[in-house]
Ligand binder design. Structure first.
Ligand code: NAP
Length: 254
């Protein structure tokens, strides 16, 4: 029997999982992307792109395509699509599982301050002008216009358009992985004295935290949104085992 699987992606792990599942001839795998990145990375399975139109739209897609398993492998901070996935799974009875990277934990020498959101991060930076590396997405950086006294170094996959309404900002384009050596060079070149970032987990963007530790730079870390309450794997390998478990349970009608 062939099972159709929909993976909600936009992460390296989603791509890796899709590649591993695509190798099996009992599964038909589709990967879904939000369609925000101009030139998304190549994917090992067919891709559909763009929003579904909320939980109802996603539920209609699951029914229409005869999906037997929904895998939410979106980024830990993509809270809206994850909430929609939980609701769509409940509406349709399609089993759901989540692939979510383990969060980073501070190690000896790290100077992290955890904050709830970008506004909270602004307060943490304070009034005195600083030289800040904003390792955040396009949506979050806009809030920093409220603190134009700081210098900002902003790195993104696609250009930030329009640029921030602040007098002193430098934009660099880049797609991970980012190694420690390159991050050290970047932080030193721009005399960065604070980093604002997300607790993304994984290795691809950990280099900046190693560099911050080395340079004794404080890190303002945006707290992760609450996790959806669904079966969860923290690695591609665990997710593969969970997929078999979920499909076998569905077959037994559990
Ligand atoms: P979000 O706020 O949770 O989602 C906003 C809306 O975008 C959703 O309601 C949905 O629209 C659509 N959407 C999001 N992910 C989708 C997907 N994989 N397939 C189809 N539609 C999707 O998401 P976000 O934080 O903007 O992230 C967008 C994408 O970028 C995600 O796929 C995520 O994995 C990836 N990403 C996010 C971050 C981050 O820091 N947030 C970092 C790296 C990668 P509808 O309601 O119309 O269905």
């Amino acid at each position: 029997m062939t099972h159709r699987i929909l993976i909600l992606g936009g992460t390296t792990e989603a791509r890796q999982l899709a590649g591993r599942l695509a190798a099996r001839n009992d599964l038909v795998v589709t990967l879904s992307l939000a369609g925000r990145t101009r030139e998304p990375a190549a994917q090992p399975v067919p891709v559909r792109s763009g929003g579904f139109g909320g939980a109802e739209g996603l539920a209609a897609y699951l029914r229409g395509e005869g999906i037997s398993l929904l895998i939410d492998a979106t980024h830990p901070y993509a809270a809206r699509i994850s909430a929609n996935a939980v609701r769509a799974a409940a509406m349709t009875g399609v089993p759901i599982l989540r692939l979510d990277r383990e969060a980073w934990r501070p190690a000896e020498g790290d100077r992290w301050l955890t904050v709830t959101d970008a506004d909270d991060a602004l307060r943490a930076l304070g009034e005195v002008p600083r030289r800040v590396f904003l390792a955040l997405g396009r949506q979050e950086v806009a809030a920093f216009q409220h603190a134009p006294q700081h210098f900002y170094l902003i790195r993104s996959v696609d250009p930030i358009e329009p640029p921030l309404a602040v007098p002193d900002a430098v934009y660099v384009l880049g797609r991970g992985p980012f190694e420690e050596a390159g991050e050290l060079k970047l932080l030193k070149a721009h005399r960065i004295d604070a980093i604002v970032c997300k607790n993304s987990g994984g290795t691809a963007s950990y280099g900046k935290l190693l560099a911050a530790r080395r340079l004794d730079i404080p890190v303002v870390m945006l707290r992760r949104p609450d996790e959806p309450a669904v079966p969860k794997a923290e690695s591609v390998e665990t997710a593969l085992a969970l997929v078999d478990h979920v499909l076998a349970s569905a077959k037994r009608g559990e």
